[in-house]
Design a protein around this ligand. Structure first.
Ligand code: 13P
Ligand code: SF4
Length: 347
């Protein structure tokens, strides 16, 4: 190795340590070390060089591991922010570190780009909760209703829906729809949270739900909250609307991933218990170094299938790596549903 190369690796290790060094590795309970950063620096450096060489942008959901989010991603975000970034990407190639429905959404929004999902088959228990046939049946059964899907759904399901939503805009969009009857798929717990929020806002609508739950957020219980309150009475409880309704009801804040980041930043409190995926806890730690976090551990195994190695594998073989493709007719219909969200979210 030349002196120049060694110096670049050392500088990369230091850059990584500035961010990763503040994050906890939940497997050990320890902050990530300088040695760890040094061990991954040659690979993050190679990836960062390659993505520029190959006109690629890396988008990463907060639930990916911090080596991805803070080591190689050009943009990090929640589902809504990443969908917007995919629409604005200037590069020819989008490497999406997330799960399949996210990469599919990026392809629909930017059909001229090559979109890659490094763990080719990474799925989501919500997106698996309804298929196109079931969506078609709901549309036929409730002709007066607006069919609203959470962004965590397949392109084939979106193609049947009037508008899609993310956790950052769901309540405003559902309220703004003229229909009294709303069929919401596929998150059963979010549907319960919509009912409660509408009631709080004094908006009368009939929410019909169908689908499944997030296999990470559906594990949280009232018991978890009771235990946290006992152990850390000063901690503010924050949760995601994919959690069961009783958990959200008892939380000081329940909202989207970006909403949690803003809530913690703006809060005067010093301690927070986080009932959501570990990745967001790492971002909270990093962005709020003076605050203390008590994660109630939750790990999305599918998001964790994004690794430095499989991103590097895609970049090395960009011409041969499998691309995310969506049938033209399906993509056209699904795009209308996604565009309706961008219009209604208005930001
Ligand atoms: P947001 O990124 O919209 O907060 O959703 C969380 C999630 O579970 C993504 O799959
Ligand atoms: Fe799907 Fe839940 Fe994983 Fe998000 S955290 S990708 S909703 S399984």
């Amino acid at each position: 190795m030349s002196d120049l190369e060694a110096a670049r690796i050392e500088a990369e290790a230091q850059r990584l340590f500035e961010s990763l060094g503040q994050t906890t590795d939940f497997k050990t309970g320890l902050k990530r070390s300088a040695e760890y950063c040094r061990s991954i620096a040659p690979l993050t450096l190679k990836i960062n060089d390659l993505k520029r060489e190959k006109d690629a942008v890396i988008l990463a959901h907060y639930y990916c591991t911090p080596d991805i989010v803070y080591g190689i991603a050009d943009f990090k975000g929640d589902s809504y922010a990443l969908a917007k970034k995919a629409a604005q990407a200037e590069q020819k190639n989008i490497i999406f570190c997330g799960v399949y429905f996210m990469a599919q959404t990026a392809k629909i929004i930017s059909p001229d780009k090559n979109v890659f999902l490094p763990p080719v088959t990474a799925g989501c228990s919500l997106a698996d909760g309804i298929d196109a046939e079931e969506a078609a049946k709901l549309k036929a059964k409730y002709p007066e209703a607006a069919l609203v899907c959470y962004i965590n759904s397949t392109a084939e399901v979106k193609a049947f829906c009037d508008v899609c939503v993310t956790s950052s805009n769901v309540y405003d969009i559902v309220c703004a729809l003229p229909n009294k009857q709303i069929v919401f798929v596929p998150d059963l717990f979010m549907a319960e949270n919509i009912r409660a929020e509408l009631k709080r806002r004094g908006v009368e609508k009939d929410i019909i739900s169908f689908g499944s739950t997030c296999c990470v957020h559906d594990k949280y219980t009232v018991r978890d909250i009771e235990e946290i309150k006992f152990a850390h009475p000063k901690a503010k409880i924050i949760s995601h609307p994919e959690c069961p309704r009783p958990v959200c009801e008892l939380s000081d804040y329940c909202g989207s991933t970006s909403g949690m980041l803003s809530y913690v930043k703006e809060s005067g409190a010093e301690e927070f218990a986080v009932l959501s995926e570990d990745g967001i806890v790492n971002s909270l730690e990093l962005e709020n170094p003076s605050k203390t976090f008590y994660p109630v551990s939750g790990t999305c195994a599918q998001m964790k299938r994004n690794t430095l190695n499989n991103v590097w594998g895609v970049l090395e073989n960009l011409d041969k790596a499998p691309r995310v493709e969506v049938n033209c007719d399906v993509a056209l219909k699904a795009k209308r549903c996604i565009d309706n969200m961008f219009k209604m979210a208005g930001k």
